[in-house]
Design a binder for this molecule. Sequence first.
Ligand code: MRU
Length: 357
Amino acid sequence: MTEMFKCIENVHLSDDGKSLVIIDQTLLPGKREFLTLSTREDLWDAIYKLRVRGAPAIGIFAAYAIYILSLKTDAESFDTFYSEFKKNKEYLDSSRPTAVNLRKMLNRMDDKVVSLKDLSIPEILDGMKTEAEKIQQEDVEICTAIAEYGLELVKDGYGILTHCNAGPLATSKYGTALAPILLGTERGMKFSVYADETRPLLQGARLTSYELTSAGVDCTLICDNMASIVMKEGRINACFVGCDRVAANGDAANKIGTSGVAILAKYYGIPFYVFCPSTTIDMNCETGDDIKIELRNPDEIKSLHYEKPMAPDDVKCYNPAFDVTENSLVTAIVTEKGIIKPPYKENLRKFFENERV
Ligand code: MRU
């Protein structure tokens, strides 16, 4: 495994333990720069500006971030400490609305704090640190298990189309959608991956193609509107995408443009697989209509990745960051605990029976 895939380093505590260090994903692939963050505003901004991104990575980052913020406390009683914690939790949770891992990992830290309420504040802080580390370590295992399940769906030589980035940078190891590709490559399998560039923030061009080429995977970058032609030309055997939230009926929110890929895949008879840790499935969300879609700054469309603005100053822009792929277009959902097939409402319920979600 190359240096880049020791991804646990992508989010980690500083040497003095008081800050959070991340690789700034907005600068990749041109610059590999680490940021040291400790203020509320900088931590919030890192999520909002996509310096750290991808549903699992956001969740891991948030768990460490709330610990870092809690370290600053002067509280002498649990009640004061907990009310500060709640304010920080709400603030971090407001940074991005779609990826449910953010809320779930903050809730997990909340549960931890409450479970330790009879201990001293330093002991609670120690417990929080251990919990954040545990969340990150679990993600390493989750990526590996997803990779193994995903390999059941491919054959050597497959052409795979992916959208956005669901690779190592978005997690703590192999990623989700890219996990079987990377593990299979380590085992000597060959794949031809077509990476959608993923307008407007170019996660496919900047991150997926960087990760795959660095790992020695045959990767071809295409514009989003080229997905149809590569499918028609018979280059694609399967589509692999990540996701930010799966509703209880199997509707799946992922990066804007994903649902278009799924519609094309259905037309061309190509299987469309959604990959995620089971924590990305939100049984409290009945359907995709209940998933909040993040709307982002129009400048991301007009100017962010251009030398000069590419549209008139006063043109209106609509910039939803995610869309929802209807469950009828999803061939299967691949998690660390197994592969879930339709009918999703029934099978997701069974999947979570006896489990707290
Ligand atoms: O806006 P982003 O870059 O955070 O969007 C990321 C995605 O859409 C990923 O596919 C998803 O979070 C899964 S990452 C394993």
